[in-house]
Ligand binder design. Structure first.
Ligand SMILES: CC(C)(COP(=O)(O)OP(=O)(O)OC[C@H]1O[C@@H](n2cnc3c(N)ncnc32)[C@H](O)[C@@H]1OP(=O)(O)O)[C@@H](O)C(=O)NCCC(=O)NCCS
Length: 298
């Protein structure tokens, strides 16, 4: 069977929503979209509809890939094939088309996240040359937050950390810390450019040590609970100090906005951020792999 490929900009939004929801109908988490939600996603994640593709079988759309672009970086914001049309080469056709487009646009790299259990998608991305660079966790807490303050490391640095001052700052003042404090930039949806687009919904707290910013947290409140969008501490500090400062911030959020239910999305596993979430009684609910394909060396 021959499949035609067209641009996402050429398809009606309602048709796109139906296609996306069919492809993601048995997914690991609920990612079903409404037209409004898809429109917001396109805006927030810098999806370029002119550089994103739909595959057609005759006139029927059967698969889609969304390419986001920021500077010289690309991002696969979602790709899927109708349930009844999977395993016919359509996913690979679309991914190759999106990667050709990324090359044509002069992008240096393309990144994505994929649920660790999604072996079909991981096989496809690996076949195309993507490599996994780290694991990210989806976290949930469904019990009251612990009331006690973080203990902190029991040494001189710990004593210094106990003097950390926490305050709310305008998000515009917090966002530069996102790039400054993370050795690897947060995943696409948590990086400063994404958070800036949600500045009406998010609040930022900063912990200061001797009048220098040492850690930040960005969070939002919703009827379904607290949403921790991102947090990190300065890489000038050791892992124990970073953990304690992040616990201090998480605890400040719990005091400021007391909610039983809380979630945190795509926070790196295996380091001080995971330890801080566990200390605040968050449980890991899903692991994602962050993968990247280098298109050219500078
Ligand atoms: C993942 C997905 C897009 C693959 O699309 P597809 O059209 O079925 O895949 P293709 O037929 O083009 O297969 C291309 C490659 O993908 C991998 N693959 C696809 N389906 C697979 C399966 N069932 N088992 C193992 N590998 C599989 C293989 O590497 C395959 O190459 P091969 O044929 O040389 O073995 C499709 O399964 C899908 O839409 N799933 C639901 C949504 C989703 O998971 N999207 C990705 C989110 S990150």
């Amino acid at each position: 069977m021959e499949y035609e490929v067209g641009r996402v900009s050429g398809i009606d939004l309602e048709v796109l929503v139906e296609l996306f929801n069919d492809a993601y109908s048995n997914y690991y988490i609920d990612v079903q979209v409404s037209p409004d939600r898809l429109r917001n996603l396109i805006e927030r994640e810098d999806i370029h509809v002119d550089n994103s593709f739909v595959a057609y079988e005759g006139r029927r759309p059967v698969g889609v890939v969304f390419l986001g672009v920021r500077g010289r970086r690309g991002y696969i914001c979602g790709m899927g094939v109708r349930q009844s049309r999977q395993r016919r080469g359509i996913g690979e056709l679309l991914m190759r088309r999106a990667l050709d487009e990324a090359g044509r646009l002069g992008l240096d790299s393309v990144q994505l996240e994929v649920v660790e259990a999604n072996s079909r998608a991981i096989a496809l991305y690996s076949k195309l040359g993507f490599v996994s660079i780290r694991d990210l966790g989806l976290w949930e807490r469904n019990e009251p937050a612990p009331w006690e303050e973080p203990a902190g490391p029991a040494d001189a640095v710990g004593a210094a950390l106990s003097g950390a001052r926490v305050g709310a700052l305008r998000l515009a003042c917090v966002l530069p810390l996102v790039d400054a404090f993370n050795e690897i930039r947060p995943c696409w949806q948590n990086e400063a450019l994404s958070l800036a687009k949600l500045s009406d919904r998010f609040v930022g707290y900063v912990a200061q040590l001797s009048s220098s910013a040492a850690a930040y947290i960005v969070f939002g409140d919703s009827p379904s609970g607290l949403y921790i969008a991102d947090f990190a501490a300065s890489s000038r500090l050791g892992a124990a100090e970073r953990q304690t400062l992040c616990e201090t911030l998480l605890s400040a959020v719990d005091r400021g906005v007391p909610r039983v239910a809380a979630r945190a999305f795509n926070i790196p596993l295996g380091g001080y951020q995971e330890a801080a979430l566990r200390a605040r009684r968050f449980d890991l609910t899903l692991t994602q792999q962050e993968m990247v394909l280098c298109l050219r060396w500078r």
